[in-house]
Design a protein around this ligand. Structure first.
Ligand code: SAH
Length: 181
């Protein structure tokens, strides 16, 4: 009926093949994420949605790390990454290269995720923030917009790695027709 598939039946590509496939025109910027588990989860999700690159900034730990690996399950070897000390400088550099920076954060005048429509031909840098402080205000200030995930319960925010999953799925599915694999 609905027999669960074995890993061997999922026919996934290899890390080498992953390097060559067309990528979703999105990079992730992790602004001072404290938990290595959250960083590992970001890698695993980025791999699933063929995200171009992850920028690890500030206090973010970097691979190789057994804690990151535990959550990433090896995705830290397929997804490209770079470390940058200062998130603000990085965002300015990417912006100058024509990449559109968007903070994923609860702000005044944020666009609710369901209403966000990616523009064809644009490449986005989606910026996620620290577990306690969120995305730095100075970084939010130079973004071209902010995206907020609507919430209906009692808690103020979602776990950052959960937010990455929610946002990437929505953005990737909306870009579905816009990029070729
Ligand atoms: N108390 C912090 C919460 C940080 S949650 C603050 O006030 O900013 C960690 C990160 O998860 C945030 O920086 C953001 O990138 C993401 N996040 C969590 N919930 C979110 C939501 N509802 N909408 C958009 N981003 C969210």
């Amino acid at each position: 009926m609905y027999k669960k598939l074995l890993n061997s039946q999922l026919s996934r590509i290899t890390p080498e093949q992953y390097k060559t496939i067309g990528k979703t025109p999105v990079v992730l910027i992790l602004d001072n994420i404290r938990s290595q588990h959250n960083i590992g989860a970001a890698f695993r999700t980025a791999d699933a949605f063929a995200i171009e690159k992850i920028y690890l900034c500030g206090i973010c730990a970097v691979p190789p790390s057994s804690e990151i690996r535990k959550a990433a399950l090896g995705a830290e070897e397929s997804v490209e990454w770079e470390y940058h000390e200062d998130t603000l400088t990085l965002v300015k550099t990417l912006k100058a290269k024509g990449i559109t920076p968007l903070a994923v954060e609860q702000t005044e005048n944020s666009v609710m995720l369901n209403r966000f429509i990616p523009e064809p031909g644009k490449k986005y840098a989606l910026i996620f923030g620290n577990e306690v402080k969120g995305v730095s205000q100075s970084v939010v200030d130079i973004c071209d917009g902010t995206i907020e995930i609507p919430q209906f319960g009692t808690k103020h925010s979602l776990n950052v790695s959960v937010s990455i999953g929610v946002v990437l799925w929505e953005v990737v599915s909306k870009m579905g027709r816009l990029f070729e694999r």
